[in-house]
Design a protein around this ligand. Structure first.
Ligand code: SF4
Length: 146
């Protein structure tokens, strides 16, 4: 059920490019007449599409989120999020997954230089006044809070 109290029309087993396997849609007519459509759906002509994990993964996700109510767990997770963000930055922007050289010493040197480059880029961004990007929220979240 969506924040406007409408029930999804159908659940369709399919896969997106990312491999996410379940999508449910709301009725096209319902979404077109919805007063909060602009805040909810990106595409002008289509109804709302939602993607879910398989049941076991979705349950694990909810359990992990429930565990984060504890302040100690939140502190641990903040550190983890920083580390994962740094690794992701290295992989996406600096080719961290691809070793350009053979041998442990050269590979190690490449990793040190990559870490140095990440720090330089981050320092420049900080000096330019760039702010960290906030985690994206579902379009449903503010509608549900309203
Ligand atoms: S546009 Fe969003 S809030 Fe409105 S009916 Fe469709 S799913 Fe529900």
């Amino acid at each position: 059920m969506c924040p406007q109290g409408q029930e999804s029309e159908r659940w369709q087993a399919t896969k997106r490019k990312t491999g996410q396997p379940m999508i449910t849609t709301f009725a096209e007519k319902t979404c077109q007449q919805c007063p909060v459509r602009r805040e909810c759906v990106k595409v002008e002509t289509r109804p709302k599409l939602l993607t879910f994990q398989p049941q076991a993964q979705q349950d694990a996700l909810h359990a992990a989120r429930d565990a984060l109510v504890d302040p100690d767990a939140q502190r641990r997770y903040q550190r983890r999020a920083g580390i994962e963000g740094t690794l992701s930055h290295g992989v996406r922007a600096f080719g961290l997954r691809h070793c350009r050289y053979r041998g442990v010493q050269k590979t190690s040197l490449q990793h040190v230089l990559t870490a140095l480059a990440i720090n330089v880029v981050r320092l420049c961004a900080w000096l330019d006044g760039d702010q960290p990007v906030r985690t994206r929220r579902s379009r449903f979240a503010p509608l549900r809070a309203a």
